[in-house]
Design a protein around this ligand. Structure first.
Ligand SMILES: Nc1ncnc2c1ncn2[C@@H]1O[C@H](COP(=O)(O)OP(=O)(O)OP(=O)(O)O)[C@@H](O)[C@H]1O
Ligand SMILES: [Mg+2]
Length: 319
């Protein structure tokens, strides 16, 4: 596993998959009383305010924040994504669903710069992302979590989040070495906001625990906090509820709604139809790399093409 370099944020590092083994707790740091650290953390409104981004977004609420135009990704002879066009409107939760191998993660990867599209274009907040490198895309405001959790396992929860903050607010190397006043202030702000983010996702008492010692569910929440730390204009979640039981899923839905209500726009990949129907404003359905349907949850639920695509898992369709 690698550690983040001075310049590049963790989001640019494909090799950072953490070797997390939650079954082996090591030197647990226990929990902390966060309100002793900062009494504001007891007030949900103050927390939500600290987490909300004041970043300028050109796109108006309800307009297309991200738009793909004939987005195509090929792997050799396989067309993983075939001329897919859709938009994510500012302020909404858009669900991206489809059976295994439908191209959902590939779509995320093409949007977030992990893969260069074979053809087609992604427009984000009014500008094409053609040739924009992954780190630059993070700085432009697209943050994501991964289908397989990626955290810095030896770092504490708080450190993992502060690293995310660094992806955006960074003084020069000079500032870091000589610890200029600006650098110290940025560091303090990052820690304050980091604690607010941990509280927002519900794991602040675990702030000083190493990521690898957190429960699986808390690791998923930490990933979301870290993505939010970059103050994204768009948050992309790739199956955040994978491996969750129904009550964990319900509480994750609440968190995703809370994130949207705090002013973020969310793209959600999810297999669980019940979760998707309950939380999204609109849904795009992929099958074999093609968009087969798009619409409000109720329309998608009754769409024959979608039902056919999901026939292998009828329980999910009728959920
Ligand atoms: N790096 C890659 N190289 C070759 N083929 C790939 C690569 N990534 C994905 N694929 C293939 O592209 C297709 C779409 O995969 P993708 O991971 O996007 O599906 P998905 O909808 O996210 O599926 P799941 O629900 O299982 O996560 C699959 O056939 C997959 O095997
Ligand atoms: Mg996937």
């Amino acid at each position: 596993m690698t550690t983040p370099g001075p310049g590049d944020a963790l989001f640019g590092n494909e090799d950072m998959a953490a070797e997390i083994d939650p079954d082996v707790p090591v030197e647990s740091a226990g929990t902390v009383d966060v309100t002793q650290i900062n009494p504001d953390l007891a007030d949900p409104e103050a927390v939500a305010e600290a987490v909300a981004t004041d970043r300028a977004i050109d796109t108006e609420i309800g307009e297309a924040l991200l738009r793909t135009e004939d987005l195509t990704v090929r792997f050799g002879g396989l067309v993983a994504l075939d001329a897919v066009s859709f938009e994510i409107r500012r302020g909404e939760i858009l669900g991206l669903i489809g059976p295994n191998g439908a191209g959902k993660t590939t779509c995320f990867n093409a949007i977030s710069g992990v893969y260069r599209p074979t053809s087609g274009t992604v427009y984000f907040d009014g500008k094409p992302l053609t040739k924009t490198k992954r780190n630059a895309i993070t700085r432009l405001g697209i943050a994501r979590t991964f289908q397989n959790i990626r955290l810095f396992s030896e770092m504490t929860a708080l450190e993992n989040v502060v690293v995310g903050t660094d992806a955006r607010h960074r003084t020069s190397v000079f500032g870091a070495i000589f610890r200029t006043a600006r650098h110290r202030r940025e560091e303090r702000d990052a820690i304050t906001r980091g604690m607010a983010l941990l509280e927002f996702v519900g794991i602040a008492p675990r702030a000083v625990e190493k990521a690898k010692n957190l429960s699986y569910g808390d690791q998923r929440r930490l990933e979301i906090a870290r993505a939010l730390a970059t103050e994204p204009k768009l948050l992309c979640l790739d199956e955040p509820a994978a491996g969750f039981n129904p009550s964990e899923k319900a509480s994750l839905m609440d968190l995703i709604r809370k994130i949207r209500d705090d002013g973020f726009t969310v793209l959600l990949i999810e297999h669980d139809m019940r979760l998707v129907m309950g939380v999204t404003d609109r849904i795009v359905v992929l099958e074999f790399g093609k968009k087969i349907a798009e619409g409000a949850p109720a329309e998608i639920r009754d769409n024959p093409a979608v039902i056919a695509a999901y026939l292998g898992v009828p329980d999910d369709v009728t959920a």
